[in-house]
Design a binder for this molecule. Structure first.
Ligand SMILES: Cc1cc2nc3c(=O)[nH]c(=O)nc-3n(C[C@H](O)[C@H](O)[C@H](O)COP(=O)(O)OP(=O)(O)OC[C@H]3O[C@@H](n4cnc5c(N)ncnc54)[C@H](O)[C@@H]3O)c2cc1C
Ligand code: SF4
Length: 490
């Protein structure tokens, strides 16, 4: 253990982010790294517990608690404190193929179960992870390391999100020849066309990793949809095993009058078009929020990304609707440590809205009843949204249902509506054409223990198997599916 009394001597400090009033003027990342000295102090706060819940990745109270890839957190915190950075990155890469992604975008369930967090603010685990990997890149310690031998076996990976990339990386390291197929024009899944550039830079961060993987021997094929352009049967004939990691990208729709009007879009379509615009050096069409009243329906992280994007595009106003109640500021008695803390988060998009418009854009316990339209150039176009406030009450089956509150209807002016209401599972093309079996939640059926689908030699991982989730869970699934594929190939 680095410093036995560190957690008593030092306070939690995170690297300063770029201030909202600066960062809303560009699409660059807003998070910064520590100085080495500051990171050392934060590393010293780790108690190196006998039973470190932070790296457990257990499901407690129906939610993940601790790091899903089981990062060896106390070990690398200690190494940071001792200034042994190269050892720290080697330890980090044992469990996580892409700490530069999680260090930026992970919601850090590890910190919710940090023992220091029982009495004081948790250790800055996520910022430490980010620091280790960025220092390693800056020092030139991360170089392509192609496998020393090839097994003569091959695997195809369908989908290039974090699950597919982690599976490909692991299988390639084991010496199998790996080809990744992606239907989009770019590799990365939601890392490229979901999460906005200000959270994860596509050229500097994502491409940096893809270049290394390519130099290590992974082949990437873009613009090819498996299930239509190439059948799964053909892929099975050409490769010894197949991993499908196509994500869970079917969006939940808003079923209200006016939904088909001009100006109503799914959040991911909006975010993707904006990223394409940025990556094309402003040479592509995008859905603009400039001078518009924007309503984001959905209070989750995707909704927050829409808020931040609309602000950067110059929206006139931004409101974000959430059907659930406002979470408490601190843990409640029924949500004890080390469970994931169900507390109110003011994320980057809300911080920016507060800076620009003077208040948090979120409205809680609100339901959309209708999208109001008017005819513009012969087309039904959004002009407003009608909402009503709700309460959640138990019905006769003991289930919570939304109950509308009388006299709480309100009309909001709106020119652009973004639907960020979650996802319903994987899309159907590949599933139907290949005859893949689904589970009760309409995800591809495969157990977490073995990742095998109903088709011999075909494994499923990531959101396609578990439903829309987190980057760190996708990496975990890709890694574990690769172990099962390797066993199958051996
Ligand atoms: C807007 C948004 C923001 C998010 N922000 C965060 C965040 O900040 N932090 C976090 O941890 N998580 C975040 N998530 C969730 C996270 O991105 C996903 O859980 C994760 O990317 C899932 O990884 P995956 O590899 O399973 O699938 P995906 O990333 O969805 O990748 C699947 C890929 O498969 C491709 N594909 C599908 N079918 C085929 C086919 N038949 N042939 C070829 N290719 C195919 C798709 O085009 C896609 O590129 C966010 C999600 C969204 C939508
Ligand atoms: S991957 Fe996420 S949960 Fe794991 S250590 Fe990093 S921030 Fe924490």
């Amino acid at each position: 253990m680095g410093k036995a009394t560190g957690f008593m001597e030092y306070q939690r400090e995170v690297p300063k982010e770029r201030p909202p009033k600066d960062r809303i003027n560009d699409w660059k990342e807003f998070k910064n790294i520590f100085t080495d000295k500051a990171a050392k102090i934060q590393g010293a706060r780790c108690m190196e517990c006998g039973i470190p819940f932070c790296h457990s990745g257990l499901e407690i109270g129906g939610m993940v608690s601790g790091c899903p890839v089981n990062n060896l957190i106390p070990e690398w915190n200690d190494l940071i404190y001792k200034g042994k950075w190269e050892e720290a990155v080697r330890r980090l890469l044992k469990t996580n193929n892409f700490p530069e992604f999680t260090g930026r975008v992970c919601p850090a369930p590890c910190e919710g179960s940090c023992t220091v967090g029982l009495n004081d603010p948790a250790v800055t685990i996520k910022a430490n992870e980010y620091q280790i990997i960025e220092k390693a890149f800056a020092e030139g310690w991360i170089q392509p390391e192609p496998p020393e031998f090839r097994t003569g076996k091959s695997a195809a990976v369908v989908g290039s999100g974090p699950a597919g990339l982690a599976a490909a990386d692991q299988l390639n390291k084991l010496g199998h020849q790996v080809k990744v197929y992606e239907r989009q024009d770019r590799i990365g899944g939601l890392l490229v066309y979901g999460i906005p550039n200000m959270k994860l830079d596509k050229e500097k961060v994502l491409q940096r990793r893809l270049d290394i993987m390519e130099a290590e021997g992974v082949e990437f094929i873009t613009g090819t949809e498996i299930g239509s352009e190439i059948s799964l049967d053909n892929l099975k004939n050409d490769f010894d095993a197949v991993v499908i990691a196509g994500g869970a990208t079917k969006p939940r729709d808003l079923e209200v009058p006016g939904r088909e009007a001009e100006g109503v879009h799914f959040a991911v379509d909006y975010l993707k078009a904006n990223t394409e615009y940025i990556l094309s050096n402003n040479n592509k069409d995008y859905i603009s929020a400039e001078d518009k009243n924007v309503i984001v329906i959905g209070g989750g992280d995707t909704g927050t990304d829409c808020v931040a994007t609309a602000i950067r595009q110059g929206a006139k106003s931004v409101n974000q609707f959430e059907i659930m109640p406002k979470a408490p500021d601190a843990r409640q008695a029924n949500n004890p440590w080390p469970e994931w803390p169900k507390t109110l988060k003011v994320d980057y998009g809300q911080e920016e809205a507060i800076e620009v418009f003077g208040s948090d854009p979120r409205e809680f316990l609100i339901m959309t009843e209708e999208i109001i339209t008017e005819e513009v150039a012969g087309q039904e176009t959004v002009s407003g949204v009608k909402t009503i406030k709700i309460n959640w009450e138990k019905n006769e089956n003991n289930r919570f249902v939304p109950i509308k509150q009388a006299d709480t209807q309100k009309i909001w002016p709106a020119d652009l509506i973004l639907i960020a209401m979650g996802f319903l599972g994987p899309e159907n093309n590949l599933i139907k054409s290949a005859g893949l079996e689904l589970d009760g939640r309409s995800n591809v059926k495969a157990d977490y223990d073995d990742f095998k689908t109903n088709i011999e030699g075909v494994f499923a991982a990531g959101d396609m198997r578990r439903g829309q989730s987190l980057v760190v869970n996708a990496i975990d699934e890709g890694r574990k599916a690769a172990i099962k594929v390797d066993e199958y190939l051996s």
